[in-house]
Design a protein. Structure first.
Length: 61
């Protein structure tokens, strides 16, 4: 049960990150690379995105 809840939270966090990546002003290549990072490494990719990822109004990639 705990793993299922953790998995659901990771999925929600990753969907949020991917949405934020695609609504940012980052270049197309940066969006693709950030999205692949979040998909391939769900937990680590989300944490790295939180620290250094593109935001809605600026580019950090």
């Amino acid at each position: 049960m705990e793993y299922g809840l953790f998995g659901l939270l990771v999925l929600i966090a990753d969907i949020y990150a991917i949405y934020q990546i695609f609504t940012s002003r980052a270049s197309g290549l940066a969006k693709v690379l950030w999205t692949l990072g979040v998909i391939i490494f769900p937990v680590v990719g989300f944490i790295v995105w939180l620290i250094a990822g593109p935001r809605g109004g600026s580019v950090h990639a």
